[in-house]
Design a protein around this ligand. Structure first.
Ligand code: URP
Ligand code: ZN
Ligand code: ZN
Length: 479
């Protein structure tokens, strides 16, 4: 199967050029000056499909390096399965996800890894890899960290919050970091001070402050900054590389920037919700349908931060300056009915998470339109850096000969309306949208996954099981 994309504007993180792209089978065979293949070449006889991308961007498929499909969490399961979540991702121009295998205290890491492989096998619309969550860091977990490297799992997430669920204490974190320093893997950190948060939550509930807004106020930026600093210090002590997930506080960004300036291998990820949404959303001002409980739609951790304090503005700036290197979604969707409403009378019982896997490419493209980031930076933070950070670059994250034929044709003259209200819809398995009413000045027209067109002309043309497990290498930012 050969596909030729002609007359498009190819955007890599390194630059933009008018070029034709030839895909042969699953891989990109050539990137050519426009029309050059057509000279003396019988296209009709040699190419199965020609796609005219005149006036459109041809970009490497998006890589969402932080998703939680069907994750058991908060007394329920994230509402997107590997099937529904990866299909929604495809609709939005994401062609690879890296999801998290969960290990709760007492569970065996390798058993859990095998469970997650079995859950995802034959279900996914796009390629997928895994990070491994570690909670209690048993001796066997340290052995598993070596074994999993051979399976293509080269990153391990630890939590400084969620006591009794995920939280690792500083000794456990240090042990896992020592292993990462010796085997070359990456430590990912949920950096919030769990003990402080638990106390503030308890006090808020006792004072009758039970609505979703208080989820945000009981997870203050100081708890994020302190934990980020502590994680950086422990990484410094052990020599482990550190990737701080879902950064939302500008003070946490400053900690990351300082560590990087000091030469430490510290990286930061933010998410669309921390670029666009704010704590003020959780006051429930946008609708009276659920009263103050409307704010449950945006309960996630780290929490949305106050717009008045300028976190969102600072986060865009940090993306431009590379103090923050990439954008993932932390896609962890729950429905309002039957899931989020478990916390109707107590915000601490609302399952934490927002669903955005379908919208990340669009929301970040809007940042290009709004002159927050450049076109090339858009590709860099949504595809190229995730590929490099997590050992996929060369096959993923770039349009070049030899790379997988994962390509999105994006129309800058198109339009996308987010949400599920009148005249709108999404493909995520959620009964609401955290992005209701958002308008995007662009559109994902065509999505190609390893050479197969899976989205075109507003139709899904793929099938579950098209997506294959991607065994990742070590981070390509480390020596
Ligand atoms: O609220 C969130 N972020 N839910 C998913 C779990 C996590 O901490 O990433
Ligand atoms: Zn987290
Ligand atoms: Zn997460």
């Amino acid at each position: 199967m050969k596909t030729l994309i002609i007359n498009g504007t190819v955007v890599n993180s390194t630059g933009t050029a008018l070029a034709d792209v030839l895909i042969d089978g699953e891989r990109i065979a050539a990137v050519l000056a426009p029309g050059s293949l057509l000279l003396g070449f019988d296209v009709a006889a040699n190419v199965d499909t020609v796609i005219d991308a005149t006036g459109k961007y041809v970009i490497p498929g998006g890589i969402d390096a932080h998703t939680h499909m069907e994750m058991p969490f908060g007394g329920t399961n994230a509402s997107d399965t590997f099937e529904t979540g990866t299909r929604a991702a495809a609709w939005g121009g994401t062609t690879t996800i890296v999801d998290f295998v969960v290990q709760y205290a007492g569970e065996n890491v390798i058993d859990q890894y095998n469970r997650w492989q079995a859950k995802a096998a034959g279900q996914c619309a796009i390629d997928y890899g895994f990070h491994q969550i570690l909670s209690d860091v048993q001796d066997s977990s340290l052995v598993a960290m070596d074994e999993l490297l051979n399976e293509g799992v080269s990153s391990f997430k630890l939590f400084m919050a969620y006591k009794g669920v995920f939280l690792s204490d500083d000794g456990q974190i240090t042990k896992a970091m020592q292993k990462a320093a010796s085997n070359g893997s990456m430590i990912m950190m949920h950096a919030e001070n769990g003990s402080v948060i638990d106390l503030l939550v308890q006090q808020a509930i006792a004072a009758g402050n039970t609505s979703p807004y208080f989820h945000g106020t009981t997870r203050p930026w100081q708890a994020e900054e302190e934990a980020t600093h502590r994680a950086i210090m422990l990484a410094n002590l052990t020599g482990a590389p550190l990737y701080v997930v879902h950064v939302s506080a500008k003070q946490a960004v400053a900690q990351i920037a300082t560590a990087r300036d000091n030469g430490q291998n510290v990286f930061g990820e933010t998410c669309p919700q921390y670029l666009y949404l704010s704590l003020e959303e959780q006051l429930g001002a946008r609708s009276d349908q659920w009263g103050a409980f409307e704010g449950a739609k945006w309960v996630c951790s780290t929490p949305l931060r106050s717009r008045e304090e300028g976190h969102q503005h600072h986060m865009w700036q940090s993306l431009r300056t590379n103090d923050i290197q990439m954008v993932s979604t932390d896609h962890c969707p729950f429905c309002m009915k039957g899931q989020k409403d478990m916390g109707l009378n107590d915000f601490s019982k609302i399952p934490n998470g927002i669903g955005s896997v379908e919208h990340r490419m669009d929301l970040l493209y809007q940042g290009v339109v709004d002159r927050q980031i450049s076109l090339e930076r858009w590709v860099e933070v949504t595809s190229t850096t995730p590929a490099r950070m997590f050992g996929m670059y060369g096959r993923k994250g770039v349009i070049q000969p030899g790379a997988d034929g994962d390509i999105v044709i994006y129309d800058p003259n198109g339009h996308t309306s987010l949400g599920i209200g009148e005249g709108r819809s999404h493909h995520m398995n959620m009964d609401y949208s955290a992005w209701e009413g958002f308008e995007i000045d662009g559109h994902v027209d065509t999505v190609i996954s390893r050479g197969r067109v899976i989205i075109d002309d507003h139709q899904y043309l793929g099938a579950k099981g098209d997506g294959k497990y991607f065994a990742r290498g070590l981070s390509q930012y480390l020596i």
